[in-house]
Design a protein around this ligand. Structure first.
Ligand code: FAD
Length: 448
């Protein structure tokens, strides 16, 4: 019989799930509510949009609501916000943001894929014009338009995570002077200190003014309510543009209000079939928890790669197929100018915190054969268990071609390989691609 799936949130997780259900269940009614003006956009592309590497915002949209309807008979209703879930009556309250009209919509199956919201510090001036945090494509378009219209000269980025780094690159590219504040003693807090230091030094080398162990305390505005300076606990920095990249929180209030169980991290608790505590309701993407394969606990991770996989699993299960999501390793990759950075599994800091006996090594090598044009430096930090050699994690910083090598380590951890196994993996080699020993294997050799 004809079932009805309602999806809340029309981006990575929501649309992956909707598309999967459509492929498996051609007759079902599928309705997606999305409060922003866009569906299936790449938030990951926003820094490149603002930096001008990507010209048109439209090229960050994989599929528009029109395409979803014409090609897949999925009704994607943008500018519609779900305000309440009523699990008992299997219905959601939806507000049409264009007309401000509210009404109830019933469902047979419900998927919550509401993503995250950026954390905004509660400090004076945070509402000023010229202060941006990035989340939806719309938020990126607004930031880009502001930069184009106001031509700021000085930017302050708050937060040295990957969004902070990618925005630093984008704004340098546009000719702004860039300062970056982070309250920690290093940028890229998911790296160990030694690896984070490599990144900090490179940022400074490329002209980013770093202010570490400093916290944003106030944003100063001019008469037109535009940002003109930021204050930290140590200094005042002039700035006509501020980018907040201090983290995100899961959009799980709707679920919580409906009595659905949350994890300590604030994400919606799900099992490996993406089922919530409420029968008939699934959650996927940034708003849902993920099991960390090495920590053996549910964590909050906000990544597009995970969101798409969550969506595929949720869609499969909703459509009555077998699928399970195995979990995550906290794999992440980014780049700042000519430095690529990646990490997976446990850092040394995390291994210590979990009291896991580990061995570590850090090696320096070359991304490709040293004699081949374009070769550059690569630093690999690799960790394995001390007792049995199982690979635990890695961090990489280096020139072009360095970071994607993390994927070898990901496969090794998920496949439960040891460093000994890594040494003899039959990896590809020719001078334009690597040395005869891949840098990952050079590191592994140090640990056997
Ligand atoms: P979202 O993409 O957040 O989508 C959720 C949607 O739900 C939103 O469109 C929102 O408007 C809508 N919504 C929320 N509440 C409601 C409601 N009540 N009613 C209706 N609609 C609602 N990840 C990577 O893996 N690699 C990267 O390089 C990377 N770079 C990034 C760069 C930036 C600047 C940003 C902001 C993010 C980046 N990410 C990256 C993270 C990635 O974009 C997210 O993890 C991914 O988009 C999560 O997908 P999602 O579908 O779970 O949530």
């Amino acid at each position: 019989d004809r079932k009805k799936l309602v999806v809340i949130g029309g981006d990575a997780a929501g649309m992956s799930a909707a598309s999967k259900v459509r492929r498996s269940q051609p007759d079902w009614e599928i309705v997606v509510y999305e409060r922003s003006p866009h569906t299936s956009y790449s938030a990951c592309g926003i820094p490149y949009l603002i930096g001008g590497i990507v010209e048109a915002a439209s090229s960050l949209i994989a599929r528009s609501p029109e395409t979803f309807w014409e090609k897949h008979q999925i009704q994607a209703k943008t500018r519609h916000e779900v305000e309440k879930i009523d699990p008992k009556k299997k219905r959601v309250m939806v507000k049409n943001l264009a007309t401000q009209r509210t009404g109830w919509e019933t469902y047979d199956y419900l998927l919550i894929a509401t993503g995250t919201s950026p954390i905004r510090p509660e400090i004076p001036g945070v509402q000023a014009q010229g202060v941006f945090s990035l989340s939806t494509l719309q938020s990126g378009i607004l930031a880009k338009n502001y930069v184009t219209a106001n031509q700021p000269k000085r930017a302050v980025i708050v937060g040295g995570g990957y969004i902070g780094l990618e925005m630093a690159e984008a704004l340098l590219e546009r000719g702004l002077s860039v300062s970056l504040i982070d309250r920690n003693e290093q940028v890229m807090g998911t790296l160990d200190k030694d690896m984070g230091l490599l990144v900090s030094h490179y940022l400074e080398d490329q002209g980013v003014q770093l202010f570490l162990e400093e916290s944003l305390t106030k944003i100063q505005t001019d008469a037109a309510q535009k940002v003109c300076a930021v204050e930290t606990d140590k200094r005042t920095l002039d700035a006509e543009l501020v980018i907040l990249g201090i983290g995100v929180k899961p959009n799980s209030e709707l679920a919580a209000d409906a009595g659905i169980q949350l994890c300590d991290s604030g994400t919606i608790a799900v099992n490996d079939r993406m089922e919530t505590s409420e029968p008939g309701i699934w959650a996927a993407g940034d708003c849902a928890s993920s099991r960390h394969l090495l920590k053996n606990k549910d964590i909050f991770i906000s990544l597009g790669t995970v969101a798409n996989k969550h969506g595929l699993v949720a869609g499969s299960v909703i459509a009555s197929e077998k699928a399970t999501f195995p979990g995550v390793l906290g794999t992440a990759i980014t780049k700042f100018k000519d430095m690529e950075i990646a990490r997976t599994g446990l850092s040394e800091t995390e291994a210590v915190a979990l009291a896991i006996p580990y061995q570590k090594t850090t090696i320096e090598s070359s991304t490709i054969a040293r004699y081949y044009p374009g070769s550059g430096k690569i630093t690999v930090k690799l960790l394995c268990r001390k007792d049995n050699g199982l690979v635990l994690g890695a961090q990489i910083a280096g020139a072009q071609g360095a970071a994607k090598r993390i994927d070898t380590v990901v496969a090794a951890i998920q496949g439960k390989l040891t460093v000994q196994d890594l040494v003899y993996l039959d990896l590809a080699y020719a001078p334009p691609f690597s040395g005869v020993w891949d840098p990952i294997q050079i590191a592994a050799r140090q640990l056997v």
